[in-house]
Design a protein around this ligand. Sequence first.
Ligand SMILES: C[S@@+](CC[C@H](N)C(=O)[O-])C[C@H]1O[C@@H](n2cnc3c(N)ncnc32)[C@H](O)[C@@H]1O
Length: 312
Amino acid sequence: MVASDEAGDEACVSGQRICTASTGSEMEMASASAITDHYARAGLGEVILEALKTAGKDIDKLTPDDLAPLDEHHPRGRSSTVDLARLAAIKAEDRVLDLGSGIGGPSRYLAKTFGCRVLGIDLTPEFCRVAAMLTERTGLTEKIQYQQGDALEMAIADQSFDVVWSQEVAMNIADRDRLYAEIRRVLKPGGRYVFADVVASDGRSPHFPVPWAREPSASFLLTAEGTRQKIEAAGFYLRALEDQTGDCIAQQKARANHAGSPAVLGIHIVLGREGPRMLENTARNFEEGRTGLVQGVAVRSAEPHGSSWPRA
Ligand SMILES: C[S@@+](CC[C@H](N)C(=O)[O-])C[C@H]1O[C@@H](n2cnc3c(N)ncnc32)[C@H](O)[C@@H]1O
């Protein structure tokens, strides 16, 4: 189990108990609540369990694979998580921080596949509760804990994780300098930051709604090059930055088609009423060249600003 001291005085979570960390100024709290309002869905846990029962799953004996169609809240689903784990070379002894852990799909995959311990932090309280409930039903509570909190102000000790893992979260965060500085702070020297992000591409705005935002005011996309610059400037050596856009267009279209069918397990169950439009727009934005998808891994360098390492 991840020890409570990793997460600060009041930041431990065990089983379904969620503790809350402060999110800073009033303005930050307002924008934080716009993000959590976007993601929260009342009764989400029950909706998911009902969908699993309908699909013939034993909800008292779930596996991460049973949940994979609906708990991987990012464009390439489970295949993105498998790729990132390979890029980051995750090992059993790694202490992993899943930043923006959603309802916990990636954290359960990592803990089950590699045996590593994971702490998930997410801004949306409802997601933290659902993540803890599903983790309990997969028997992984000894390996995984969840904490409600803001990636920009984590109640985490300096240099306490080997890996910070973040899939499709940075798009909700305007202050990337602060985000990457905070990630660097909690990583051990030589630790890895592994990420997958939707990026801006040809300069045109995405069609909204998309899974991470209903409108432009909650969406903060950088280009792939802008992402590289910000990460390196924060004191990382970028070991890999891969474009995944082509790989995911067909997959997004398939997800959008399934979204019409309540009998099929899929991410639309988490996205709710606007899910089909969000998934259609995601595919359309990639296809029209408005957005792209990148994944990468960066190593915490010794210097806090700028990297003395050679480029990848
Ligand atoms: C698109 S979901 C991805 C969830 C998860 N990473 C996954 O791939 O399944 C984005 C998540 O980021 C979280 N998030 C957004 N801004 C955040 C912040 N400032 N701090 C922590 N979590 C944040 C949201 O609550 C949401 O759960």
